[in-house]
Write a protein that binds this ligand. Sequence first.
Ligand code: ATP
Length: 512
Amino acid sequence: MAANDKTNDFEKIIELKNVSKSFDGKAVVKDLSLSIRRGQFVTLLGPSGCGKTTLLRMIAGFETPTSGEIYIGGVPMSSIPPYKRPVNTVFQKYALFPHLNVFKNIAFGLKLKRIADPTKPAKERYVTKQTVVDGKVRRERVKVSVEATRKLTKSEIADKVNRALKLVGLEDYGHRDVNSLSGGQQQRVAIARALVCEPKVLLLDEPLGALDLKMRKEMQIELKKMHEELGITFIFVTHDQEEALTMSDVVVVMNDGIIQQVAQPKKIYDEPQNAFVADFIGESNILTGIMEKDYTIRFLGKTLACVDKGFEKNERVDVIIRPEDIGISAGPGQGHFDGEVLTVVFKGTYYEMEVKAGDYEFTVQNQVEFQKGAAVSLTIAPDSIHIMKKLITINKFVGYVYDEETICFAEGDWEIPAQGFEKGDEVVVQIPFNAVELTDDEEDGVIGARVAQSVYKGTYYQVQVITDTYEDFYVDTADEWDMDDRVGIKIDPAKVLVDAYVAPEETADEEK
Ligand code: ATP
């Protein structure tokens, strides 16, 4: 290993390598790899149920990964119980001991703690050492030297508790009954209790979730200050975008058990990696477009200049435009898209307007107000158009029910139960990537296809195949397939979800 690598390894306090977690066969964290550097304030951000807490609990040792390994300080954690890990957790519900006062709540962990005692000689002990030689386990008794330890003295405990109380701004609260404190104060006690044992990493699971908005804002500032003073690593879980962006050095955006982007807050906001991140972080206009060629994008019937390149010719892409980046002026014919103002809301320092242009409703933010019903024109500069690859997480097809046991889509008659729909009903069929099987012999599949690409994802391949009628299927498979191989496609009907198809016009009608 190069010297540089060693430096990097030292800086990585936590490393997750291909970590997955399933509950009752359902994957909630999927093949996730992540490095966290020493001293960073890292936030795990994502919608409810995306696996943030599960990830944090695996780092803490309260959950065991189904596969993969977690390293803290370079040491694999699989056989290390939670109490021996150099981490401490603060939960959303503060879980203080109601019968102990503030001081005793914080001192609790310290009373159990033992530290090295250099005034006493090390003790010699025999332990069993196990080695594997030529496939055989060899055990031998070896003598080891164990340094002497002692409990903390009362005055040492008092010093540490008082320092922790000062850190969370509760110097004079030691004697107080915890039940007499406000929610914010109780959460400060919980943080002091976690910090007093001097963990290398503090894990915070939505610690501000139960506080009202004002208290939450105050505590955000306090926590950031504490992080700066202590210099230890904070891993913070939240589903609040603003909280993540204001507090963190690095934001890890997650969805559905998968990391979507890891970057500094500004980068996450300015250069979201895909439509999910753009939508989740702040408001965005997200449209589908066609990348006609480098620097040229077509959407809503118009061709505009953009600053992106490197896409396939005519590739379907997501087009992301922030509301504050859209210019708005009076009257038609001035900019790229003509429209009508549908709603106007004053947001304190700007007006937010919904503008209907063709079939799309843009959200536009501007300091100038345009009245409801006004004819306006929208202008979008090339560097305000963000182009992203389409994010596909499931195969989706529109088809129709042929009979109780057959659904037709992608030019195939598939043996999939109609799941309560009737003959002739139009349906949307959703097929997870792991429900698709590729066969060597094209004839063994329901339809044939060509392998377009295969990407190794650490433990499996994600293969994209294109049918003869240009439908894409994505497949998660243990097998490696070569580009342009002809294959057959089969589907596991048990994993397929069938929903009613709603035409886009009908959705728009319903919304009205
Ligand atoms: P939230 O912000 O709502 O807390 P989260 O992103 O932290 O969400 P997790 O709590 O990690 O999400 O949960 C991810 C998924 O795993 C959810 O569908 C949840 O129901 C499921 N889950 C979590 N713990 C268990 C468990 N012990 N047994 C079964 N399912 C679980």
